[in-house]
Design a protein around this ligand. Structure first.
Ligand SMILES: *Cc1c(COP(=O)(O)O)cnc(C)c1O
Length: 405
């Protein structure tokens, strides 16, 4: 019987944990190129690699994105930016969201570009810059709230902040931007309203005499639908990873998911009629069957909500999860026609149709969540194996952090 081949069969990779994420850097690079094609030549691409590159391994994703057409990086926390710097990445790194004023100093120390939306943080940045010896003015970004009601200044406050930044010789206004609330619902007219609001706010800034900095609005959904891509920068997160932002927004041709998760069978469990499987005995066998123990659980990000609902792929067949997902293990039913043995590969999600596992989008549906949470939720104890041209080029895991081959 034909077996699904292990995508990676390199000896020292076998020695890491059987449950691992396979990150295809060719897919990341193809996705970046496809996104670039969707953008005007004058528009720079920011690769959003917050949350450890949406769970893929930020330093590797950042490097792949930078060599294939991205020129800036976006993160959420100072630690995320510092991790990229520790990996030798020198590209501009923008902190996209709010940080506490007390974090400004360490952000500036590692040349992370802070996004301000109020006086308090701007003053903290000014103080941090004065306490350090920077040769060039420190780039700062200004966020305008046009309707998301999350992070961002009002149009009037933004004009005042822009003027203050322009007046400070140690600062440079590196960009002004806003963020869409519903760009992943292309039929919602709110995105257009936000663009109008943004244009008006920008005009106010200009009226104050400051030279116009680069502007940006588009996230992945914006890039894929063409909303707000006429500005100077576009910020791609989810699409970079080959996952559509929503069911209403399609990827461009050639884009594909970079992430898949696989494991191996560690035990075959004979299950007799009437036996129950797992905690709280939520599954009861009606007929004899073979269970397969797979070492992945909710501590890996394989959510408990998948109990009795999800399936995995074994030998190109669907194998349903029996009963509850435990912290570290699941039991699946070996399909009748499959001759499974200990050590066989189990496709947890991703891997294309032949693998018979749920896609990231299927997982989102099964979890009652969105695709973002599926990939971001993969925990650090799942090692990441990076492949390029079918070859393992790096392994990153929580124990041997960033082992390069
Ligand atoms: C996370 C984030 C993005 C990326 O959004 P995607 O939908 O993943 O493309 C863009 N801009 C900001 C401000 C963000 O916080």
């Amino acid at each position: 019987m034909a077996r699904v081949r292990t995508p990676v069969a390199i000896p020292d990779v076998r020695r890491i944990r059987a449950t691992r994420a396979i990150v295809n850097l060719d897919a990341i690079e193809a996705n970046v190129r496809a996104l670039r094609t969707a953008l005007p030549n004058t528009c720079k691409l920011m690769a959003v690699v917050k949350a450890d590159g949406y769970g893929h391994g930020a330093p590797w994703i950042a490097r792949a994105a930078l060599i294939s057409g991205a020129s800036l990086l976006g993160v959420a926390t100072v630690w995320e930016g510092q991790t990229l710097r520790a990996h030798g990445i020198s590209a501009p790194i923008v902190l996209l969201g709010s940080i506490d004023a007390a974090e400004a100093e360490s952000a500036c120390q590692t040349a992370l570009e802070i996004t301000v939306a109020d006086e308090t943080l701007l003053v903290a940045v000014q103080r941090a810059v004065r306490s350090q010896a920077h040769k060039e003015p420190m780039p700062v970004h200004l966020k305008i709230d046009t309707g998301l009601r999350r992070y961002g200044a009002t149009a009037e406050a933004a004009a005042a902040l822009a003027a203050k930044i322009a007046a400070d010789p140690l600062l440079r206004l590196a960009s002004v931007f806003t963020h869409f609330a519903s760009a992943d619902e292309p039929s919602d007219p709110f995105t257009r309203e936000q663009l109008k609001e943004f244009q008006q706010a920008v005009a106010t800034i200009r009226a104050d005499g400051a030279p116009l900095p680069p502007l940006h609005t588009a996230n992945s959904a914006g890039i894929l639908t063409g909303m707000g891509t006429h500005y100077d920068i576009a910020r791609a997160g989810i699409a970079l990873y080959g996952v559509p932002p929503s069911v209403d927004v399609a990827l461009k041709p050639g884009m594909r998911p970079a992430l898949s998760v696989e494991s191996r069978i560690t035990r075959i469990i004979p299950v007799a009629p009437g036996d129950t499987v797992g905690y709280n005995r939520t599954f009861r066998a009606a007929a004899p069957m073979r269970g397969a123990l797979v070492p992945i659980g909710y501590a890996d990000g394989y959510r408990r909500a998948l109990s009795g609902r999800a399936w995995v792929g074994i030998d190109g067949r669907r194998a349903p999860v029996l009963g509850r997902v435990s912290m570290d293990q699941i039991v699946v039913e070996v399909p009748g026609e499959v001759e499974a043995t200990v050590g066989d590969v189990v496709q947890i999600f991703g891997g294309g149709e032949a693998a018979a596992a749920p896609s990231v989008v299927d997982m989102a549906e099964l979890m009652g969540s969105n695709a973002y949470e599926v990939i971001v939720g993969l925990r650090a104890r799942v090692p990441r194996v990076f492949i390029r041209n079918g070859e393992v080029v790096a392994v990153s895991d929580a124990i041997r952090i960033g082992v390069e081959k």
